[in-house]
Design a protein around this ligand. Sequence first.
Ligand SMILES: NC(=O)c1ccc[n+]([C@@H]2O[C@H](COP(=O)([O-])OP(=O)(O)OC[C@H]3O[C@@H](n4cnc5c(N)ncnc54)[C@H](OP(=O)(O)O)[C@@H]3O)[C@@H](O)[C@H]2O)c1
Length: 269
Amino acid sequence: MRSLFPVTDLTKSAVGDEDPSRPLTDREWTLDELADAYAYPTGLPAGAPWLRANMVSTLDGAAQHDGRSQGISCAADMRIFGTLRGLADVVVVGAETVRLEGYRPARAREAFAGRRAAAGQGPAPAVAVVTGSMDLDFSLPLFTEPLVPTLVVTGAGAPDDRIAAAGKAGAEVVIAGEGTRVDPARAVRELAGRGLTRQLTEGGPRLLGQFVAAGVLDELCLTLSPMLTAGDAQRIAGGPGGAVPERFFLASLLEEAGFLFSRYRRTDS
Ligand SMILES: NC(=O)c1ccc[n+]([C@@H]2O[C@H](COP(=O)([O-])OP(=O)(O)OC[C@H]3O[C@@H](n4cnc5c(N)ncnc54)[C@H](OP(=O)(O)O)[C@@H]3O)[C@@H](O)[C@H]2O)c1
């Protein structure tokens, strides 16, 4: 892995080693180095959320292959995926991704334990599933065996029996909208109100598109996979769109084996 941008600062802070005999490029970064490189911003107002997304796309914009993202990912992408989880208070994910990708509870990782304890975080991030239908299998480990209770984010009109089933499984139900729809900005606020301010969304594209349209996405960690797939796969953010394109600023760019790991922020500070 090597840093392409910013060349000096990120390399120094991420690697923390200016020994000229130790190449700064083309070696696997430790999880600690990756965690430094992807640290959440400091100095935000108390209780203010920071919502980052982590997504992977092919060169031609496909967000999945054969219905999953695994086929367009790589080992380094998965290390960054794990690092971003290791830094987050909560992983926010759409119900379809949970169903298709067989989501399990987030693990406690030794590599992040000290950092999490120092930041006052639990051993692993909570997973927050956004759903209107509540059509989720509450007998799965995601709901019955998490280290920290899984959250189910839904609207006030969600079916009562499904709300009861979620609660019985041990999940916390968060109401963040009217009817069965979740208001994405309200979801961010509701989670932040529970102390979950370091937010990470892993999509999918339909959910991410709503965060983008609502103007609540602060940062995008985008892996560009050196593959072409053609076809009619979703791109990373879907939905109605139509909003004026919003400019984001490149914060960092890493490379390994032709994969580019970019990080864009809404503000350039
Ligand atoms: N490339 C990547 O980085 C990446 C990342 C994640 C996923 N993916 C891929 O993307 C695909 C799945 O993504 P997707 O876009 O189809 O679905 P998704 O965004 O994961 O989930 C959509 C579902 O989330 C719930 N939802 C979303 N917005 C809602 C709202 N405002 N109110 C209430 N519920 C809401 C609904 O669940 P209910 O149906 O339960 O109401 C909806 O059907 C899979 O192929 C997956 O592999 C790719």
